[in-house]
Ligand binder design. Sequence first.
Ligand SMILES: [Fe+2]
Length: 142
Amino acid sequence: MRDQRRAGLLHDIGKLGVSNRILDKPGPLTPKEHARIKKHPGLTYEVLMRVPPFRTIAEVAASHHEKLDGTGYHRGMTGEDLDLPSRILAVTDIFDALSQGRPYRPAMPMERVLGLLKEESGEKLCPRCVGALDDLVSKGEL
Ligand SMILES: [Fe+2]
């Protein structure tokens, strides 16, 4: 639980290596800018591995954009490679990103967020994790 929370808090620390000009850009990204952003999980891994108490969470934190079908980044891992903590973080990161506003779009309504997660459940996202999140929202706990 503690490691899951730490990975959740530090998973995007690699974004410190990406220019705010790109991160806060209100319009669409160029392919080069997109490629730069896609490096942030690898940078997260490098940073966390340099801090001994955080080495145990580096792998999970760096896997937060991976998908079960191998279409995620930065390593293109698949469901066989992704443990439960990594799957939880992938789902909660998307939930967090979509339910909050960004410079380039407003926050999405909860129903739409859950709908998008359910669309990717099974092929790209862990159905168990998406189901657990849906249950928490249904119970009013999120
Ligand atoms: Fe990220």
